[in-house]
Design a protein around this ligand. Structure first.
Ligand code: AHR
Length: 502
């Protein structure tokens, strides 16, 4: 039988874009056990003086997450941020209608800024444009970013935060196109309020960057008119439009599931086209970029969530236990985001702890890495530098939703500072290994540093509290450079990271 081969060429002359490190962002929402029982658990043996779990912080720091979106998500559309600042004793417990939970307001803006510092991250702050409006959006920017001498900035100081937080990136609401959203709006209604909120937020602090809400998914009936109308209003006032997308293997159809990144790719191209249509219509010189600020696999927990009793603090919601096949899909999604690094400048893996997350915890107990932790870790660690134009020729397959799905999905990132070229590749083949043959003659004296692979004989294998190391990366053998060509065997159904010294 002839060997299956995928061929790629990477040339130092053909560079797509610098990767904005914020492509490896994540998300903490006041939802389920993300905050209470996740990042914050004052009674936990590892808790620091502010109640933050050190074991969780260590796992987050290892991922090198440069920016974390907060505090929602659907939660933000009913949130009163003032309830979460000042003395703990006077903070009210509120009903969170988005997730039918009880929000005790033990953690708020100031605590989260402090947590993010400890995680070596910045905060991407969302404002409530569901139940609230221009005034509250202006007030939270003033509270967080104004140096002092005004009511809201002096209030921050009185709460013990003398220096402004300097939060740079702000989201103008969340998924305002969704009927499930508190304060759901039409594109016209949202476009107008986002435009006016954006104006005053930038009058308070002209250095901030703003993200307008795009569609909450490519299947929304209002997509892409939503983007067009929203941008017609907000174009001059924002830097980014958001994208959200979640995937799942509901029908247990592996071939289709593994191809979901083609949907993400198509969605990104469509949003770019819509942004550029509005740019042309406005005769603008400015380019709007993308903040893909919610993406992940999300489906395992859907049924269990229906059984969770309402009005609890930190209920076990959206606790997907990720399998090996989910990690392959996450790998393909990361490759897709990297391949659009010229326009996708920020992205947030939704979410970070317990809630559809790479990190899981037990209340009062241990924490561990889910399968999806590893592709995200590798991309975040080795995916910084310049994304290269890679001409990839791979054998293809057809499945229920897609035709011409490449069996190999791949991208390369060149980090000139440390003289490394990293190739990320997923082999989607269910039939066998594929040899990746990569022409790298443009890079003098390339040599393989290491080939890391995530592979498992059971597609449904998962990491659990009992078996936290069931699915972990391994060193692969056989990758070599010969005569300017890299030869790397990609095992059947595998995530691969091939690092080269160049
Ligand atoms: O990440 C979980 C939820 O998914 C978010 O709250 C919402 O924005 C999206 O629908």
């Amino acid at each position: 039988m002839s060997k299956s081969i995928a061929r790629m060429t990477i040339d130092p002359q053909y560079q797509l874009a610098d990767v904005d490190p914020r492509l490896f962002g994540s998300f903490i929402e006041h939802l389920g056990r993300a905050v209470y029982g996740g990042i914050y658990e004052p009674d936990h043996p590892s808790a620091d003086e502010m109640g933050f779990r050190q074991d969780v912080l260590e796992l987050v720091r290892e991922l090198q997450v440069p920016i974390v979106r907060y505090p929602g998500g659907n939660f933000v559309s009913g949130y009163r941020w003032e309830d979460g600042v000042g003395p703990l004793a006077s903070r009210p417990a509120q009903l969170d209608l988005a997730w039918r939970s009880l929000e005790p307001n033990r953690v708020g803006v100031n605590e989260f800024v402090e947590w993010a510092k400890r995680a070596n991250s910045e905060v991407m702050m969302a404002v409530n444009l569901g139940t609230r409006g221009i005034d509250e959006a202006k007030q939270i920017v003033e509270y967080c970013n104004h140096p002092g001498g005004s009511y809201w900035s002096d209030l921050r100081k009185s709460h013990g935060y003398e220096q402004p937080h300097g939060i740079k990136v702000w989201c103008l609401g969340n998924e305002m196109d969704g009927p499930w959203q508190i304060g759901h709006k039409t594109a016209e209604e949202y476009g107008r309020i986002a435009e006016e909120a954006a104006k005053v937020m930038k009058w308070v602090d002209p250095s901030i960057e703003l993200v307008a809400c795009g569609s909450s998914g490519s299947k929304m009936p209002t997509f892409p008119d939503w983007e067009r109308i929203v941008l017609e209003h907000t174009y001059d006032h924002v830097e980014y439009i958001s994208m959200h997308s979640y995937y799942g293997n509901r029908e247990n159809d592996l071939a289709t599931y593994l191809a979901q990144s083609l949907d993400m790719d198509h969605f990104i191209r469509s949003v770019i086209a819509t942004c550029d249509y509005v740019k042309a219509k406005k005769r603008s010189k400015k380019t709007i970029n993308i903040s893909f600020d919610e993406w992940n696999v999300w489906f395992h927990s859907n049924e269990a969530d229906k059984q969770v009793a309402p009005w609890q603090v930190g209920p076990p919601l959206l606790e997907d236990v990720y399998t090996f096949e989910d990690a392959l899909v996450v790998g393909c999604l990361l490759i897709t985001l990297l391949r659009h690094a010229d326009r996708v400048k920020m992205a947030c893996l939704a979410q970070l702890v317990n809630v559809i997350a790479p990190i899981m915890t037990e209340n009062g107990g241990v924490s561990w890495k889910q399968t999806i932790y590893y592709p995200f870790l590798h991309a975040s660690r080795y995916g910084r530098g310049k994304v290269m134009h890679c001409s990839l020729q791979s054998p293809k397959y057809d499945c229920k939703e897609f035709t011409d799905v490449p069996l190999v999905e791949s991208v390369a990132v060149w980090n000139q500072d440390i003289a490394e070229l990293t190739i990320f590749a997923v082999n989607r083949s269910q039939d066998g290994g594929i040899e990746l043959e990569c022409d790298i003659r443009g890079f003098a004296q390339a040599s393989v540093i290491e080939h890391t692979v995530l592979v498992h004989s059971d597609l449904k294998a998962a990491n659990t509290k009992e078996e936290p190391q069931e699915v972990i990366p391994q060193h692969a053998q056989g990758a070599k450079v010969d005569g300017g060509l890299l030869f790397a065997p990609l095992p059947k159904l595998s995530w691969n990271v091939i690092r080269l010294r160049v």
